[in-house]
Every structure is written in C-alpha cells, then in structure tokens.
Design a protein around this ligand. Structure first.
Ligand code: SAM
Ligand code: SF4
Length: 463
C-alpha cells in the first residue's frame, strides 16, 4: 500500500550491532518512496524509529528510557498540533513486542524480519490502530526492500555494510540471537553482488559482509548450488571499484579451509579477522555450548597466521559466565596472552530471559564480574596499545574516508581498522594511499602522505 503524501521526516536511532545499522539504513530506503527524508533531530520528526538491541540487559533497558524521552517530544509536538509516531523495531521489539506495544506513546512495533512492511504498518498506525508485527514472515524482506538512491549511498560514506546472512542455529547458552533473529538464512550470491555493484557504482570502496554467523554463509550461487563465504568473497572481489572486503562476525566452528585460504589468495580481503572466543576455559566453553575447545581456537589462529603472516585478530569475551572460577578466568587471560589481540570486545555476562544460562545455578556476583572485566580489559588495552605502537615509523595503506574535525584534515583506516588522521586535500577521499605513520594518539594514528614524509611506499603493512 502506498502512503505517498506531503514530505515527512523520520529519525532512526540504532542500538547495538552493525546489523542494526544496516537495517536502519534499509528502513530509511524503504520509507523514502513514501516521502520520508531522514533527520538527525528527533524533535522535528514525524516518525521516530528506535531500532533496538536485546543482547545484554543494559542494551534492552536503554530502549525503555529512550521511549520515555521520545514520548515527551511527542507530547510537545501534539501541543503544537503536530503528529509524531513512535515505532519500536529490532530485537527488543521481536522479543518483547506485546509488552512494548502496550507502552504509552508507542504506535507501532515491528520485528527484525518485517521492516519491509513499514509503509503499510505506518499507514495503519496513522489511522489510530496499535500495530504489532513480529511474526516471522513468509516473504523475504530483501526481495521487497527499496534500494537506496545514489546520493543517499554517497552520503553514507565510502565504507558500507551488507547483510549476507541472518539468524543463528548455534544456540550458545547465553545468547538471545537464535530467538530474536530466528534460524540461519543466507541471501543468494547474485543478489548480494547486485547490491555491492550498486554501492560501488555510487563510490563505495569498502564492503563489510555482515551476519550473526557470517562464516556459516551458504547462499545459492548462479548455478543453484550452495556457495561458501569464501566463494562469495571471490565473486565480490571482481566487482569494479571495490578495494577492500571484510566480514564479521565469525564463529570458530565455521572457519572452513577455503575461507582460511582466501586470506592468502584474495588481495582485497583485509588481514584483520574478528573471531569471538568468549572464554579460554574448556569447562566454560562446554557450558556455553560453543562447540569448540581452546585448542580448536588456537589451531584456527595458527592456520590463519600460516595463510597470511600479517593477519591480526580481534575477539569477543564474556567474563563471569555461571560457574566461572578464578582458574577458568585465568585460562581466558592466558589465551589472550597466547594469541595477542589487536583489540577485543569484553562483556560481563548478562543473564537473558529464556536462555539456558539464565537458569543455571552458580550465577557469579556482579562485583566479581566487574573485577574480572577490568583485569581482562587492562590486558586487551595493553595489547591494543602495543599493536598500534608497532606501526609508528612504518608505511601503511590507508583508505581515506572523510574529512576530519580540523580544517584540511582527513580521516582514514588501515587494513586493521585503525583510524588515521592526515593533513591532505579532500580530493583524496576514496583513495587507498600509503601513509607514513608518524605518531600515536589515544584512539588514532597520525600519518603523513608518504612522498611528503620522504618514506618509501610499501605495498601493504605488516603486523
Ligand atoms: N555470533 C557471534 C559469536 O558467535 O560470537 C556474536 C554475536 S553477539 C551479537 C556479540 C557478542 O555479544 C557475543 O560474541 C558475546 O561476546 C556477547 N554476548 C552475547 N550474549 C551475551 C550475554 N548474555 N552476556 C554478555 N555478553 C553477551
Ligand atoms: Fe549468539 Fe553467536 Fe552463539 Fe549464535 S553463535 S548463539 S549469535 S553468540
């Protein structure tokens, strides 16, 4: 159903992971033909969408306080005689849809698989109906979603995310994803290639393939056979204009030989792998139902390093999982020591309703979780600092992304996603250039155009 009408404004706020950022962009694309343009200011919006995250309790709590804040804006708008709709989307909507639908001020609740129906759902909400749509639909939203306009792609920058896989069949005992995002589904190769070609034609140079379990990808290829993530990457590496490819988030269980080999064979595939391990203790890995051991993980890291010597790694860790002893935690510290990470996300275990771990006895007191979290974070921060410091005095290829905060400054990223600031002309945005790394800031490297610094331009950075 079309709701084409006077121009309207939509404000979309994304919580949580990159998949939500991608979904938020696609929601905006879907609403554009219905007359909605995006605004960064929720107070002036006709429609506010909260695209929510349910992964940890804090993330879910934020949504409820945000609904309260937006409701006040809605009431102010009503006083001015202006209608503002509030929609709640994403994983909290999926998990707690009915409850959220009853919240004062909320007009519409839409699950993670249903947002392609937004124009129709908004039309119903504007007629006064309280809409909750969280059933998993029969149709594939990717077949229905409107593509973004060229100008919109440009404004989003030269690095883009593309969802290639959704859902998860792994059922780690701590995790809500299999319940909120549903079973593992992969998009067909050629549909992804068409999306990447459209992005590249509008100036995108780097694409990160995303999925809750991206390396379990098994989408249909042009011949109707199941393609692996490695095969998909090979296909996308042929798209003109695409200089860099990345993928996230991977599960150690699905790290196939061909994906490992792709790291030596496929130049656009960046030498930085995010591979969550969660714990270094086999006892905890078993209780988490991770389906891999510490030795399996270390073996994969070794095989990846053998495929490409300059690979660097990041990971996810959970501390304070039910039953975790000091000895288990030390096994996590020793695993981090053994691998030497370039970065990591570290989390205190958060019990999630409906997951097996939330029912486990021996929940760990918050004070112990916090203390372990600090110790792990201190180790990871040290590793990250050392990793970044190792670049000073070297030349590294940087994809120049956008203007920086200072006049004449540009910001780019290394193959390892480190941010680099450089004084250079804006015409260089979108180029991959060798920069001489001159210094290290808190969250950034400082670089100079190689020829200006007199440094030789190396083909690629070593880790
Ligand atoms: N699929 C990925 C994997 O296999 O590790 C990650 C998905 S999840 C969105 C991102 C991270 O959130 C996880 O790797 C885990 O470290 C963390 N996480 C998930 N559930 C959690 C919980 N209940 N408490 C704390 N951290 C959690
Ligand atoms: Fe959650 Fe990842 Fe485990 Fe799936 S593999 S259940 S997404 S942590």
């Amino acid at each position: 159903m079309s709701i084409k009408s006077a121009p309207r404004k939509v404000h979309i706020k994304s919580f949580g992971c990159q998949m939500n950022v991608y979904d938020s962009h696609r929601m905006a694309d879907t609403l554009a033909p219905a007359g909605y343009s995006e605004t960064a200011n929720p107070a002036e919006a006709d429609l506010v969408i909260l695209n929510t995250c349910h992964i940890r309790e804090k993330a879910a709590d934020k949504v409820y306080s945000e609904i309260g804040r937006i409701r006040e804006m809605k009431e102010d708008a009503a006083v001015q005689g202006r209608e503002m709709l509030i929609a709640v989307a994403g994983c909290v909507a999926q998990a707690e849809g009915r409850e959220i639908g009853r919240r004062r001020g909320v007009d519409l609740v839409v699950g993670s698989q249903n947002y392609h129906r937004l124009p129709e759902l908004i039309a119903r909400a504007r007629r006064g109906e309280r809409v909750v749509d969280t059933e998993f639909p029969l149709e594939d939203k990717f077949d229905v979603l409107a593509p973004p306009a060229r100008e919109v792609i440009r404004n989003r920058g030269i690095s883009a995310f593309v969802t290639v896989q959704e859902g998860c069949d792994k059922f780690c005992t701590f995790c809500v994803v299999p319940y909120t995002r549903g079973v593992e589904v992969s998009r067909p190769v050629e549909k992804i290639a068409a999306e990447v070609e459209r992005l590249a034609a509008a100036g995108v140079r780097e694409v990160t393939l995303i999925g809750q379990n991206v390396n379990a990808y098994h989408g249909e290829d042009a011949n109707g056979a199941a393609a692996t993530l490695a095969a998909l990457l090979q296909r996308l590496a042929r798209v003109p204009g695409i200089a860099r490819l990345r993928y996230t988030t991977s599960h150690p269980r699905d790290m196939g030989n061909d994906l490992i080999a792709a790291h030596s064979d496929l130049p656009p595939l960046m030498p930085y792998v995010h591979l969550p391990v969660q714990s270094g203790s086999d006892r905890m890995l078993a209780a988490m139902n991770r389906k891999h051991t510490r030795a399996d993980y270390l073996d994969i890291i070794a095989r990846l390093r053998a495929a490409r010597g300059d690979l660097a790694f990041s990971s996810d860790f959970i501390v304070g999982f039910p039953g975790e002893t000091e000895e288990d935690f030390r096994a996590t510290l020793s695993l981090a020591d053994e691998v030497g990470f370039a970065g990591a996300y570290t989390f205190a275990y958060s019990p999630r309703p409906g997951t097996p771990a939330a029912q486990m006895e021996e929940q760990i007191p918050e004070a112990i979780k916090t203390e372990r979290l600090y110790r792990l974070q201190a180790l990871i921060a040290r590793q990250q600092r050392d990793f970044n410091a190792s670049f000073v005095g070297r030349s590294v290829e940087v994809l120049i992304e956008k203007p920086g905060k200072l006049a004449g400054q540009l910001v780019g990223r290394t193959p390892y996603l480190q941010s680099v600031q450089v004084m250079a002309p804006r015409t260089l945005i979108g180029q991959v250039l060798p920069l001489a790394i001159t210094d290290l800031g808190t969250n950034t490297l400082f670089g100079a155009l190689a020829e200006r610094a007199g440094a030789p331009a190396l083909a690629a950075a070593g880790a």
